[in-house]
Structure formats: structure tokens, C-alpha cells
Design a protein around this ligand. Sequence first.
Ligand code: SF4
Ligand code: SF4
Length: 134
Amino acid sequence: MRSPRPSAGLLRAPFMDDFNPCLDCGICCTHFRISFYWAEADDAPGGFVPVEMTEKLNHNLRCMKGSNQVPRRCSGLTGEVGREVSCSIYENRPTPCREFPVYFEDGTPNPKCDELRATIGLPPLPQSPLPRAA
Ligand code: SF4
Ligand code: SF4
């Protein structure tokens, strides 16, 4: 049985052995401008996002290449949106990708995910079987 778990982040690693709603989706990686504090790029001390996959936005911010143009598609995304995708820099993806929730803490699916998924014909996220927070 597939077992969704409350979690967060674009293109998550599997929640369980066989369930990750992001890996046949990926639409959010073609929807948002993925911007973050410049020092997350690995040309800064302690940075981790490959700088060559980013571009400078202003004095404080960089963004993922491909996410600041139309059509929009983050340069880290591989595969075909709506079929099979992955993040080529998953372990080093920037903060906004880590903080976008698939499920909220109470197990409720993120309505923005469902809204985006619907634009490519994917069904709404299943309800998490985990108990809701009191
Ligand atoms: S829109 Fe939601 S389900 Fe789809 S890849 Fe992004 S985080 Fe995952
Ligand atoms: S860095 Fe990875 S998770 Fe973040 S938008 Fe790009 S492909 Fe998606």
C-alpha cells in the first residue's frame, strides 16, 4: 500500500519505499522563480548549490538558471514533467525547494500542489493516513 507522509520540499526523496508524489510530477520546478540568498551558492563559504546552475538576481539574491524566464524550467530538473522527473542536485537544492510543503504537519495536502498538478492532468494528492495534529 502506498503511504503518503507529511513532508516538505520540491521533488522529495521517497516518503516510503514506494511513494513519492513528486517523481511523476515536477510541475512546481517549472512554475516558480527559485530565488534564494546568494550565499547558498557554493562559491560562498558554506554554500552548497552549484553556482554554475544559478544566476545573479541582485545584491542579495541568486536564482536557479531557467527559473527566471518564460518558458520556465529549473536547470536542475531532469525528465519529463508529469511523467518521470528528478532533481539533479537534490542533496544540494536551495532553501525554497526544501521548504515548499507537499503535506502540512497535520497531514493535509498542500492545495498549491493540487492546483499545479491539475494543470498537467495529475490527480489531487491523496490524504495522508497519518492522524491530524490536535
Ligand atoms: S507540485 Fe507538489 S507534488 Fe508536484 S513536484 Fe512540486 S512539490 Fe511535488
Ligand atoms: S533545484 Fe531541484 S527541486 Fe529545486 S526547482 Fe530545481 S529541479 Fe526542482
